[in-house]
Each structure stands twice: as C-alpha cells, then as structure tokens.
Design a protein around this ligand. Structure first.
Ligand SMILES: NC(=O)c1ccc[n+]([C@@H]2O[C@H](COP(=O)([O-])OP(=O)(O)OC[C@H]3O[C@@H](n4cnc5c(N)ncnc54)[C@H](OP(=O)(O)O)[C@@H]3O)[C@@H](O)[C@H]2O)c1
Length: 322
C-alpha cells in the first residue's frame, strides 16, 4: 500500500502521521509533502526518518492508494483532482470539496457506508466542529428526529493551525498585534471564526449548518450556530440545544448516546484539558425542562477527532469495505 500525507508539517498533518502509526497502518511506501519552504525537513514514522518533499503535480500523478491532504483549501483545489485522476483515493481535510454533491462527506461511524465501492476520487473530511457535534447527535436523530439545533462553540487556537497556536503563545509572552485572529486571543474570547458573510453568519458557522445536514442526510434540520475562539490550545467544546420531533425521556437520550460509536456519555465534569489527546467525543450535562428540548455539553480533540483521526478512520473503513 502506498500512502502520502500532504501538509505533513502542519498541526493536522503531523497528527495524521502519528495516528497512522498508532493504528498500526503499515504502508509499503510512504511519502510526506509540504510547500517548498519545508522541503527537506525530517518526519519520523514507524522508526524511520523521511525527508519532506515539495508538493508538485508530477508527484501527484505518481498514484497512491491513499493521499491524506491537510494543506488548506487552495492547495486541495490545485492538487487533489490531479491525484484523484491518477487513481488515488484522496481524503481531504479542507473545505474545498465538502459540499460538492458528487463527493462523500464522511464521518465513518455515521455514513461510512458511502465508502463502499468508491474506488477512486476525493472523500471530504468534515469541519472539526461539525464532526464532534454530529457524533454526539446521530443516534438521537435516528431515534427522536432532530428538528432544531442551537449551538455555541468554544474553539481552541489549534483549530487555526500552527500559526494560531503561535499567536496565543506569543501573546502570553508579551503584547503583540492580532494577525491570525481578529482580536487579541490571550485573556480574551473572539466571537468570529472565518469570514463574515452577507447573512451575518460566518463561513465557519455555515459549514456547521450545511455539513450537518449533508452528513445526517436531512436537509430540514434547522441549525443556529455561533462559533467562538477561546484561548485554549487543544479541544473544541460546544454547548448544544436540541429540539426533537418525537418526545424523548432522559433514559432514551442516554441510551442513544451509549449506542453512539466513539462517544462517551458521562455525568463527570470534563473540560478540554481532560479530553485532549483522546479519540472520543465526551458528552455530558444532559438536561431538559420538557420532553422535546434538551441541552448538552460536548468536548473533543479537534486535531484528532475533528481532523486526523477521522481521516485515518476513513482510510481504514474504506480499506475494510473495498
Ligand atoms: N486545525 C484543525 O483543527 C483542523 C481541523 C479540521 C480541518 N483542518 C484543515 O486542515 C488543513 C490544515 O490545517 P492545519 O491546522 O494543519 O494547518 P497548519 O498547521 O497551518 O499546516 C498547514 C500545512 O499545509 C502545508 N502547506 C501550506 N501551503 C502549502 C503549499 N502551497 N503546498 C504544499 N503544502 C502547503 C504547510 O507546509 P509548510 O510547512 O511548508 O508551510 C503545512 O504542512 C486546513 O485545510 C484546515 O482547514 C484543520
């Protein structure tokens, strides 16, 4: 099996390499790509040292069994189709292809069936905030039908890549002007992630709306997100209000959560620091005043569950089904 990681020096790319190793994936050939700036840098994988190569179209024409892309949407737009045309399955972490009708947008625990018979082409990995929310909701949707979701996110700076983390760390050392974030992030909370759109929502918020409907295969769910950046290094958290179509009882909600793959429902209090490094979505603080509306809190590692682990789970599921 031939595998390559594109964006191998980034937050997600480095984690994809680590998760491939943890999952004991043993490719016969492995390559790591980044921009010209990082060409020649070293990457450790399964006890060997590899040199990072510059990403080129020629290299993408070589043909891999799997290419894990995490180098941003413009890089994916330029190179992913070239790789797919050469017969590779491209698992793309960017937003470039997520809403294309012909491209599966996959959280393997929920709609991994879409990978069966999908022999070459691009598979899109959803946005990190969407993945952790739908993992906590898909069984509830199956049982009770979700009518409305109102969600506020508390997103860590690693969601903005290595530059986002550097900005928080530099601001902790002294005052510097905001670059990656629109306001100082240290000792602050920033209520805008992504560009502000004409409808008043941000593009990060519209990803949560559109991707959730596509993954849960239900265009009628009404979704009201507010996405917020907080000075946390790893893990996104979400406060989620849900209105259901059918009446539930609290035991039924708990049973649905217990039946959800890679989700832990707990009455313990948990926070980003407790969950960082895990491959599981933690769900808690389940509470309701009536039988059709409830609130929950969730936390997941955005670089793992929200990106690298989901991508590697797509690879493993695709291999198992084909
Ligand atoms: N962070 C998250 O929580 C998260 C979650 C889900 C999805 N994603 C998505 O994953 C992608 C990467 O995010 P990240 O957080 O890992 O960003 P990052 O830390 O900034 O890393 C970006 C990576 O892309 C590479 N790159 C940039 N321009 C390139 C080019 N022209 N050609 C080849 N490689 C290039 C960089 O290589 P150099 O070292 O050469 O610059 C680096 O390896 C983005 O699309 C992001 O939206 C991120």
């Amino acid at each position: 099996m031939k595998i390559a990681v594109v964006g191998a020096t980034g937050e997600v790319g480095r984690m994809m390499t680590k998760v491939l190793q943890e999952q004991n994936v043993k490719p016969g050939k492995m390559d790591f790509y980044a921009s010209a700036k990082s060409a020649g840098a070293s990457v450790e994988f399964r006890g060997e040292t590899y040199k990072v190569k510059e990403l080129t179209k020629k290299a993408m024409k070589e043909g891999y069994d799997y290419l894990l892309f995490s180098a941003g949407a413009s890089v994916s737009r330029e190179f992913a189709s070239v790789a797919a045309e050469a017969g590779s399955v491209v698992i793309d972490n960017s937003s470039a292809f997520r809403m294309d009708v012909d491209i599966p947008l996959v959280v393997p625990e929920i709609n991994g069936d879409l990978l069966k018979g999908y022999s070459k082409g691009i598979v899109a990995n959803p946005n990190c905030s969407t993945i952790q929310m739908v993992l906590g909701l898909y069984r509830i949707h199956e049982r009770f039908g979700i009518r409305t979701i109102v969600v506020s996110t508390y997103q860590s700076v690693s969601g903005a890549g290595k530059n986002g983390m550097n900005e928080l760390e530099e601001q902790m050392q002294g005052t510097i002007a905001p670059k990656k974030f629109i306001k100082q992030i240290h000792l602050n909370v920033v209520p805008q992630i992504g560009a502000l759109l004409e409808n008043g929502f941000t593009d990060e918020e519209m990803k949560m709306v559109n991707e959730t409907r596509k993954i849960l295969r239900d265009p009628d769910i009404s979704i009201w997100p507010t996405t917020i950046r907080v000075p946390v290094l790893y893990c996104h958290s979400e406060s989620v209000f849900v209105e259901t179509r059918k009446a539930f009882d609290m035991d039924g909600l708990a049973e649905a959560l217990e039946a959800s793959e890679n989700v832990i429902h707990t009455d313990e209090m948990f926070s980003p620091i407790d969950v960082a490094g895990s491959d599981t979505v933690y769900v808690g603080r389940l509470r309701a005043f009536d039988a059709t509306r409830f609130l929950m809190w969730n936390v997941a590692d955005n670089i793992r569950v929200g990106a690298a682990t989901n991508a590697v789970r797509i690879l493993l599921k695709h291999r198992a089904l084909n």
